[in-house]
Design a protein around this ligand. Structure first.
Ligand code: 5GP
Ligand code: MN
Ligand code: MN
Length: 326
């Protein structure tokens, strides 16, 4: 039996299921959690869904996202099966991590850095998003889609491909997106909610990032300190997508954005264009991701020290230029 069918048969045979996503949730994660949980509910199962972090407000405009609960709300639930989606390592589920030891766990993911921490792991690195794996699983289980579920499921495919422009956009992505649109998904709704909801303060934060920007050959980087966020009344969600702006610069291979929020907690976002596998750098620093988009996080650190450490590792990785295609 293929791995895909093993996951399907486990999902079908269990009744009491918890679906978990990752901290600092992105569109793919939220879409995957909500779509899988809703799909399993439509098959008559007792399902709860949770993410141990804040969900940015605009994602709550999507169907089934309001069913995603917090760590505190989940205290009373003892699932027979946990399904972890879009997470490359067990620490990504935040405070839910301890539950993984006590329950049967299925991992559904697409990160090449996945540590295979489940009892059963379906990790398809050729898949641009976890949401499209979830769609294939829901379809195989006979889940009935309406326009609301189709739009929620489409969300993750759109966001993890940068709205169908990243290098992971292939025929399969476009075929699945088209199927979801046929089922009623609304591409314009998704694009306008995600891309056209920026506050004036976010534009000022973007200006701050551009002010701090430094270019070194094919590397561009910038940073936002906790003080920058505070002075503009912003939080970490407000800089979502900024690193892509850096990567959009001509003749750049690698873009790195350092964001400190709250004080002493630094997230590093890496993006590359053609040849540098940034997931290797992020993994070496305790994070992970994909060849063209990766990240890692630090606690109790000084922003300047993180910048120095990450830059020196990146410069080292870039020595010799484009020999490393991956
Ligand atoms: P972003 O830069 O948007 O935060 O993340 C880019 C990619 O790297 C995403 O696929 C995300 O899942 C992964 N990633 C970001 N931060 C971390 C981290 O701290 N740990 C791991 N394992 N992956 C991360
Ligand atoms: Mn994700
Ligand atoms: Mn993803």
């Amino acid at each position: 039996m293929t791995k895909f069918l093993s996951v399907i048969s486990q999902l079908i045979s269990e009744d009491n299921i918890l679906v978990l996503g990752h901290v600092m949730p992105d569109g793919d994660d939220i879409s995957s959690v909500a779509s899988l949980a809703e799909g399993l509910r439509r098959l008559g199962k007792k399902v709860r869904a949770a993410i141990d972090d804040q969900i940015p407000w605009y994602y709550k405009l999507f169907f089934a996202v309001d069913s995603i609960e917090s760590f505190e709300q989940l205290q009373d639930f003892h699932p027979d099966l946990i399904v972890v989606v879009d997470c490359s390592s067990p620490d990504r589920v935040g405070r839910f991590q301890h539950l993984l030891k006590n329950s049967k766990t299925i991992v559904i993911d697409h990160h090449e850095t996945n540590s295979m921490f489940g009892d059963l792991n379906f990790v398809d690195v050729t898949s641009a998003s976890t949401a499209q794996i979830v769609y294939n699983m829901n379809k195989a289980m006979g889940v009935v889609y309406d326009p609301e579920l189709a739009t929620t499921n489409y969300l993750g495919i759109a966001t993890d491909t940068g709205f169908f422009k990243y290098s992971n956009t292939d025929a399969n992505v476009l075929k699945i997106a088209a199927e979801l649109v046929e089922l009623g998904a609304k591409p314009y709704f998704v694009a306008s909610v995600i891309l056209e909801n920026k506050t004036p303060q976010q534009f000022k934060l973007l200006a701050k990032m551009i002010e701090h920007m430094k270019i070194e050959g094919e590397l561009v980087y910038s940073w936002l300190s906790y003080e920058d966020y505070l002075s503009l009344g912003c939080n970490e969600d407000d800089s979502s997508g900024f690193v892509s702006e850096l990567r959009s610069m001509k003749d750049i291979e690698v873009a790195i954005l350092f964001t400190e929020f709250p004080k002493g907690e630094v997230h590093v976002s890496f993006r590359s264009k053609q040849w540098l596998n940034v997931s290797k750098i992020a993994s070496a620093l305790g994070g992970g991701g994909h060849a063209r988009a990766a990240g890692c996080s630090y606690k109790n650190v000084e922003l300047e020290k993180v910048i120095d450490e990450v830059l020196s590792l990146t410069r080292e990785a870039m020595v010799g230029g484009r020999h490393e295609v991956g």
